[in-house]
Write a protein that binds this ligand. Structure first.
Ligand code: AMP
Length: 318
């Protein structure tokens, strides 16, 4: 292989994330926000950027989306060349309310706005994509993104939610056939499979396409299935969860960010990826919106990973 081609293929491998870049209004027992920056790609991008240097976003916002909000992402070295800004239109808006049980929430408003006719543009500079996170978004747009990549990425991770199971089932089935890993929460795994047992649900879901499945259980941790094995990751017991919004996306960003960093896909690395995802999610919920995810550093992340290792380490002494 000519040296230049080798250089291009093996040294420029990016992690591309597509998802919503949004305004959210959130209410939890700890307070209420006006419109603040949110969106699946925002949380996932911030989390991933702490672990991998080549993070590139695809998304769409309206004219109402402040430059200062985009600057939050840019300041972490995230490329926004694939983010369209639609003149005269409004950004995706989501509003949700959490009760004392932070594992469940009520969606109050979902305004698709710019998302309604979103046609993803993949800049040439994104064609080096080796790791692709199809973040929570219209399944048809997730399919189009896969179609528009010239080379199949080494790893495709899909995140989705009940909203799309209710409104776009057939497209969801199509995209599931084309991904390596699916991350969803326990209620969504049950809805997708029609099985209450998460073990049976995992078997059924993996028959739909993904080789690996992560089932997120909020404050109860996460399960990883694949290669005939199961791994159980704890969640960090936190005295106060201020705002769970984006935890799932931060998880997905941390998960794929770690795999991009180590570069080898196997069950053992997936286990570590689940721990990194859980660690980034645990930070996310400590403040409202992206506030906490904006202010992390490598040392803090490593310390939290060490706490996760400590949480489930035990010795049996005869
Ligand atoms: P999570 O808490 O991980 O489920 O993610 C919450 C984020 O997802 C919020 O910032 C919302 O803007 C975004 N969101 C909410 N509903 C949807 C939806 N139907 N499609 C895509 N993103 C959504």
């Amino acid at each position: 292989m000519p040296v230049l081609l080798f250089y291009i293929i093996y040294t420029h491998m990016s992690l591309v994330i597509i998802g919503t870049i949004a305004y959210d209004a959130i209410e939890t027992p700890f307070g209420k926000t006006d419109k603040i920056v949110g969106g699946a790609a925002t949380f996932a991008g911030l989390a991933a950027a702490y672990l991998y240097g080549q993070v590139k976003l695809i998304g769409v916002v309206g004219e109402d989306f402040g430059d200062d909000n985009l600057a939050i992402l840019k300041s972490k070295g995230i490329s926004l060349d694939g983010v369209q800004i639609k003149k005269g239109e409004k950004s995706f808006f989501w509003s949700g309310k959490y009760h004392n049980d932070m594992n469940s929430r009520d969606t109050l408003i979902t305004e698709l706005n710019v998302l309604a006719d979103f046609d993803p543009i993949i800049p040439d500079s994104y064609q080096d994509c080796q790791y692709l996170l199809l973040g929570n978004l219209t399944p048809q747009v997730q399919i189009t993104t896969l179609d528009r990549l010239q080379r199949k990425p080494k790893l495709v991770v899909l995140d989705t939610m009940n909203f799309w199971m209710d409104t776009a089932w057939d497209d969801l089935m199509k995209v599931l056939r084309r991904v390596d890993v699916l991350t969803i929460n326990d209620a969504e795994a049950r809805q997708l499979s029609g099985e209450y047992s998460l073990v049976k649900a995992a078997d059924k879901i993996m028959e739909l396409g993904p080789k690996y499945l992560v089932i997120k259980k909020g404050e109860h941790g996460a399960l990883l299935f694949g290669d005939g094995e199961v791994f159980v990751a704890p969640a960090l017991p936190l005295a106060d969860v201020y705002d769970p919004t984006g935890a799932g996306d931060a998880f997905a960003g941390g998960f794929i960010g770690y795999l991009a960093k180590v570069g080898t896909i196997n069950f053992n690395n997936m286990k570590n990826a689940v721990i990194f995802g859980s660690a980034l999610a645990s930070f996310c919920v400590e403040k409202f919106g992206v506030e906490r995810l904006r202010e992390l550093d490598e040392v803090g992340i490593q310390q939290r990973i060490a706490r996760f290792a400590e949480l489930s380490k035990f010795e049996i002494i005869d």
